[in-house]
Design a protein around this ligand. Structure first.
Ligand SMILES: *Cc1c(COP(=O)(O)O)cnc(C)c1O
Length: 369
């Protein structure tokens, strides 16, 4: 039995550190926005290579508050991709703005810069490239276009903690970047959590105000805000886990490289690692070529019979979901639509035994035969 992922193994490997941090928070008697949160914010910003970090209660809220802090709202358009967590779209709507979708590239599965440029209108205020599955989007081209049209760049780094683009960590390129610490992410809390990072002191201050009712001083709202705080327990646990992130990402890369080496790549294609950066393999996503008769559903069932877990991120592009059919016509974002039909995520996490990678690869070789 090879599960799609297993978070219990990670806890076992760092149990003493996690339990120590938990007890430290319980004994402190301080649970919301305190020394652990402040320390984590500084440590995480330093890790990404930016000046400011602000802990919030989810990746969705990180995006929502970043958009609001930029002064974007009703009547403004924000461009992003249809192959993302619905959270990206929900966050744009929470800020009162209008999501606009552009297509992705077939190789990186990330935002296509030409499609982004074509989606710009006089109402466009920002672009959200999503670094999907752990790999950076084509930042040079996207940021170049954004600067030309004076659009803000908001990086959605929810799947790419530690990934690099031309040697520098993602999250340090845009005007602002947003991270999720949902438990299954490369850096995951034991509950919900998120962070906004930026080099812009004014923007950082606005996010800080927004996350707690617009308070600069307690009970004095300077602007209208929300409750979106990172708690001390999650911050303390994230501080422990941040120290292991590079080693975990290296373990993910080792397992991904072994899959890529072992898969026969006939009708089921390995993911493409772009030359411009280091992929951190939040997910290892293969693509079944429908035109050659490789059905994703059949491969998933074939692996399930062999007790190998798989998943599909994401089975339905945003604009083909009931709530969002008004955003784009079916057929208008063909690369995203084809990917949604053909992709399958294989088991991959830092503690996955290499022998399990070999077992999965053997099963796919049998499928290909
Ligand atoms: C997980 C995720 C989010 C949302 O994060 P939450 O912490 O679950 O709110 C946003 N964008 C992408 C691409 C994600 O994968």
């Amino acid at each position: 039995m090879i599960p799609f992922f297993d978070l219990k193994k990670q806890y076992e490997s760092i149990k003493a550190e996690i339990d120590g941090a938990t007890r430290r928070v319980y004994a402190s008697g301080w649970f919301i926005l305190g020394p652990e949160t402040e320390a984590f914010e500084n440590e995480f910003a330093e890790y990404i290579g930016v000046k400011h970090g602000i802990g919030v209660n989810s990746g969705t809220d990180a995006l929502h508050l970043a958009i609001r802090a930029l002064g974007i709202g009703a009547g403004d358009e924000v461009i992003t991709v249809p192959n993302t967590a619905v959270a990206t779209i929900a966050a744009i709507e929470m800020a009162g703005a209008t999501p606009v979708l552009c297509d992705v590239r077939a190789d990186s599965m990330n935002m296509d810069a030409d499609s982004f440029a074509a989606a710009i209108t006089p109402k466009t205020r920002a672009v959200i490239p999503v670094h999907l599955f752990g790999q950076a989007a084509e930042l040079d081209a996207i940021i170049g276009i954004a600067r030309q049209y004076r659009l803000a760049v908001i990086e959605d780094c929810a799947q790419a903690h530690g990934a690099t683009y031309q040697g520098q960590r993602v999250g340090s390129f845009g005007d602002v970047a947003c991270f999720s610490f949902y438990p299954t992410k490369n850096l995951g809390a034991y509950g919900d959590g998120g962070a906004v990072v930026t080099n812009d002191a004014r923007l950082a201050e606005r996010v800080k105000l927004l996350r707690q009712y617009g308070w600069r001083a307690r009970y004095e709202s300077e602007i209208s805000g929300v409750n979106s705080r990172l708690d001390e327990l999650q911050a303390a646990l994230l501080r422990v886990k941040l120290k292991h992130l590079d080693a975990w990402n290296a373990a993910r890369r080792e397992r991904a490289a072994l899959y890529t080496e072992l898969l026969p790549n006939i009708r089921v294609a390995s993911p493409v690692e772009m030359r411009y950066g280091e992929h951190v393999y939040h997910l290892y996503v293969v693509q079944c070529d429908e035109a050659q008769g490789a059905s994703r559903e059949y491969l998933a069932a074939f692996l399930k019979e062999r007790e190998i877990g798989t998943a599909v991120q994401y089975p339905t592009p945003i604009h083909l979901q009931l709530a969002y059919q008004h955003l784009a016509r079916a057929g208008s974002l063909p690369v995203s639509e084809k990917l949604a039909r053909e992709i399958l995520s294989l088991p991959l996490y830092p503690e996955l035994p290499l022998t399990d990678v070999r077992t999965v690869a053997d099963a796919i070789r049998e499928f290909e035969a």
